[in-house]
Design a protein around this ligand. Structure first.
Ligand code: AGP
Length: 612
């Protein structure tokens, strides 16, 4: 996710901005830039692709001076990670300057309208629209702050915006709708930032903006307004975190922070791609036309680890939508098994990092044999994206914890959208698609619901079971891959041996493991095979296995039957894996924590396995 820093005060602003951006590097980025307004309103902007050191090199060659400005590290979502797309962005006059974190969902119609009135755009980004819209709104003599007010009312999507105008030096407007924004209160100086990490060197007194609010900030004043432009008297808070904790936004580990980011990550992955009113799915990087799809006779999904598990769920979704065979392969197997591929095969490489050697090799093999190749990836410009015909980006933001969490749920979201897109290409019923879209649109709230209601309970279960030497995870249908994923999460961060198994398959061997010392985690939500799962679990109970069941909220029968239950909200079967995986992530996290393991950097593991 992008990093934002703004400053109005008396210090030399460039060290404040660069130092602040360095404190935000952990958020991941692929380019950076700063804008400095000098005292007579001149706007100086310097941007650079890649790491902050590239920006510093440019600033050494071309020093900027002033006491007012803003800086940004960009995690690309719209437009390649290069200097031209790096923030800040400006209007035609060059005076109105904007930095942004998030997605402006309706940027295209606004851009087209402004182009018709003569605005010239220089970048591929959604952000640039905001600068030009403010400029347009100032044409009738409206002052900068009022023009921003008018602009904000037209924007749709999720954004943290920081805007300045060379014609009104010293005033910053910061607006929040989704991604975080915090105001730092100093002595004769004030700050804006994505989170508190860059502020702690200067102040611990902050004001968190809430969704729909914006702040007008200068060296001496901070005013907060709601979306009706009514002033809010918001109390400041004192931050007691140390700098390291601040990078994790107060979470103890990146993994826990990323588990909690899944609501936003899933929303950012479907935002701008599905339109419930029209029932239309829109991918701007997929390059899969109706004619392309008409030639496809089979699909291969190639991935590793957690991404392979999302591919197993993808198989269910795509076979149901397309009614053609879908095979799922480990990259390390696919590359050497002489796969049967031709120009009628669609190969999907699934990879968070986009750099996993085995997956890349499998994709190269597919390309060499003439397949249509697309990738589901979380890193714009990664190797997997550069070799593919089309890309579906997951907008999870950088995943720092080695154990993959938000990347997985956003991969599931991407597969769900792809299945709807295929239905659209096949001309299936639009009302069914609208219903499916609505169910996806409320998933972020249901994720928040699970985290709010179940986290403490799951932590208690972790303390109850953390000494176990083995775990068995069971699931059927769309939840079989979740049993595998839950087992992987547990073993890779707690070092406890864990196996995932299809619930129906347990009687063919693993049932020999069942006794009073073996916790069995089972997913038993109401799907088409619920009754079958219940009878499998009765086999576990009959042998004194300890049953921890993830079930639907209010499942009285399961409450009375299992040793422990974790209840999750209902949703339609194809979306259930996005919800049922979350308790397994939390259980693994709190067991590993209780065992004193290094949750973010487990032994022997790398975040991206770029070797064979
Ligand atoms: C997941 O928790 C693991 N860290 C690992 O299995 C990972 O999913 C696998 O290495 C694939 O990585 P990728 O998605 O970046 O290709």
């Amino acid at each position: 996710m992008c990093g934002i820093i703004g400053y109005a005060g008396t210090r030399d602003v460039v060290p404040v901005l660069i130092g602040g951006l360095k404190k935000l590097e952990y958020r991941g980025y692929d380019s950076a830039g700063i804008a400095v307004i000098d005292n007579d309103g001149g706007v100086q902007i310097v941007r650079a692709e890649g790491k902050l050191s590239n920006l510093e090199t440019k600033l050494n060659e071309r020093p900027l001076h002033g006491t007012f400005g803003m800086g940004h590290t960009r995690w690309a979502t719209h437009g390649k990670p290069n200097e031209n797309n790096a923030h800040p962005h400006r209007d035609c006059s060059g005076k109105v300057v904007v930095i942004h974190n998030g997605i402006i969902e309706n940027f295209l119609p606004i851009k087209q309208r402004l182009q018709k009135t003569g605005h010239e755009f220089k970048t591929e980004t959604d952000t640039e629209v905001v600068a030009h819209l403010i400029e347009e709104n100032m044409k009738d003599g409206t002052k900068f702050v009022d023009a921003v007010r008018r602009t904000l009312k037209e924007l749709e999507g999720h954004y943290a915006l920081v805007m300045i105008d060379g014609g009104d030096p010293g005033t910053i407007v910061a607006a929040k709708q989704g991604p975080p924004l915090v105001v730092g209160l100093g002595d004769n100086e004030n700050f804006i930032a994505s989170d508190v990490a860059p502020l702690l060197a200067y102040t611990r007194d902050v004001i968190y903006l809430e969704d729909g609010e914006y702040a007008v900030v200068d060296q001496h004043h901070v005013s907060v307004f709601d979306q009706r432009d009514q002033r809010i008297d918001r109390e400041s808070q004192r931050i007691l975190w140390d700098a390291v904790m601040a990078e994790k936004e107060g979470y103890r580990h990146y993994m826990l922070k990323e588990i909690h980011e899944q609501s936003r990550a899933v929303r950012d992955t479907f935002t701008g791609r599905m339109f419930e009113e029209s029932g239309e799915i829109f991918f701007n990087d997929l390059q899969l036309t109706p004619d392309d799809w008409a030639k496809i006779r089979k699909v291969h999904i190639v991935a590793c680890g957690t991404s392979w598990h999302s591919g197993l769920v993808g198989k269910f979704l795509l076979e149901e939508a397309a009614r053609i065979p879908v095979e799922v392969d480990y990259g390390s197997e696919y590359r050497y098994r002489n796969p049967i591929i031709d120009e009628n095969t669609l190969v999907i490489g699934v990879t968070q990092s986009g750099e996993t050697a085995d997956t890349i090799a499998g994709m190269q093999e597919a390309k060499r044999r003439g397949a249509k190749l697309i990738t589901i990836c979380n890193v714009i410009g990664a190797a997997a994206t550069r070799m593919s015909d089309g890309v579906i980006y997951t907008n999870a933001g950088p995943e720092i914890g080695v154990a993959s969490t938000k990347a997985f749920t956003t991969q599931l979201t991407a597969f769900y959208l792809l299945a709807l897109y295929i239905r659209q290409l096949r001309g299936d019923d639009v009302d069914d698609r609208r219903y499916a879209m609505h169910e996806l649109s409320v998933i972020p709230h249901k994720i928040e619901d699970i985290l709010a209601k179940q986290e403490e309970h799951i932590e208690a279960l972790a303390h109850k079971y953390y000494k176990s030497q083995d775990f068995l995870f069971l699931g059927r249908g769309v939840h079989y891959p979740i049993a595998l994923e839950g087992a992987l999460k547990l073993k890779e961060i707690s070092y406890i041996h864990a196996e995932g198994y299809p619930a129906g398959e347990m009687k063919h061997g693993p049932i020999a493991l069942i006794d009073e010392n073996l916790p069995v985690v089972a997913i038993a939500t109401h799907t088409s095979v619920y009754e079958k799962v219940v009878s499998n679990l009765q086999e576990v109970k009959a042998r004194d296995g300890k049953l921890i069941v993830i079930c639907d909220e209010g499942d009285e029968a399961m409450r009375n039957f299992a040793d422990d239950v974790i209840e999750i909200p209902w949703t339609i079967e194809p979306l259930q894996p996005i919800l049922s995986v979350i308790p397994t992530q939390l259980l693994a996290y709190y067991i590993a924590l209780r065992r004193g393991c290094d949750v973010d950097q487990p032994r022997n593991l790398a975040k991206s396995v770029t070797v064979e």
